[in-house]
Design a binder for this molecule. Structure first.
Ligand code: 13P
Ligand code: ZN
Ligand code: NA
Length: 281
């Protein structure tokens, strides 16, 4: 079923688990993520960044996900990840996205609040939930280059949520987009502090490369949505690389898609179990 992310995140918050949110780049990844969710009876979010929608268009991804989601028994939401402008957020809602992130982490606290409030004002009458980010997740996601990582301040987070009326908050506690060069150092105490004062579901970005233990610990401390992107891209491409090693004469794109899908489905199932969202439907 094609739904918004609102109820699934509230259910995750009440149930003490996290919904997995998986970045997709093509039809095969859409099918693989939904197949994983169906097999595990898990609610799921599929998401696309601004560079992905530039590659495929919002309408194309909305049509793909809608067609696949309506065949599924589990709830499926389509989320704009790291929405980079008010205009793109509005466009995504118009094209059928059922969940929106507006990423104002690059501007000042007050400007972030203003931008986020404008998006909430459009999304909320349409019943579309909004995620925003406070602090700065490290690494390079899409075209947005984070400068220094700035961890989220708990009291600012509380004020931000109250003043914007958002449905979920992405926080920075030391995770980064992409794989990690060394061992990631997470400020889990800060997560627990934020959880104490913020009532909406909390979102963890940059989960590729995190250990199962770290993900589980963050979920136990109050994370309700975990974002995975780079790991899916790597799994998809690895499948294709191996196919070309074994069968260099392969020419049918369907053969490439099949091995890519298998790898992505396996990875997504593993990550869903770590998030604890399996067997929830
Ligand atoms: P990773 O690429 O590290 O999994 O980060 C995903 C993410 O935060 C997408 O918004
Ligand atoms: Zn992210
Ligand atoms: Na990461």
């Amino acid at each position: 079923a094609f739904v918004t992310s609102k109820q699934m995140l509230l259910d995750a918050q009440a149930g003490g688990y996290a919904v997995g949110a998986f970045n997709v780049e093509n039809m095969e990844m859409v099918k693989a993520v939904i197949a994983a969710a169906e097999e595990l009876q898990a609610p799921v979010m599929l998401q696309t960044t601004p560079s992905t929608v530039k590659y495929g268009t919002l309408a194309t991804f909305a049509a793909l996900v809608f067609a696949e989601a309506k065949k599924a028994k589990v709830p499926v939401a389509l989320h704009l990840d790291h929405g980079s402008s008010f205009e793109l957020a509005v466009q995504a809602i118009k094209e059928g996205y059922t969940s929106i992130m507006i990423d104002g982490s690059a501007v000042s606290f007050e400007e972030n609040i203003e931008l986020t409030k404008r998006v909430v004002a459009v999304a909320s009458p349409n019943d579309i939930p909004v995620e925003a980010e406070l602090g700065k997740v490290g690494g390079k996601e899409d075209d947005l280059e984070a400068e220094a990582d700035i961890n989220t301040d708990p009291l600012q987070a509380k004020e931000f949520v109250e003043r914007t009326g958002i449905n979920s908050l992405a926080i920075a506690i030391g995770t980064a987009h992409g794989f990690y060069a060394g061992t990631p150092v997470l400020d889990k105490e800060r997560l627990s502090e934020i959880k104490k004062v913020v009532s909406v579901p909390l979102v963890l970005h940059g989960a590729s490369g995190l250990s199962d233990e770290d993900v589980r610990d963050c979920v136990n401390r109050g994370i309700c949505k975990v974002n995975f992107a780079t790991e899916l891209r790597a799994a998809y491409t690895d499948g294709i690389k191996h196919l070309f090693t074994d069968k260099p004469d392969t020419i049918d794109p369907k053969d490439l898609g099949k091995v890519g899908m298998e790898n992505v489905k396996k990875l997504v199932m593993d990550r869903m179990i770590v998030c604890g969202c399996n067997s929830k439907i």
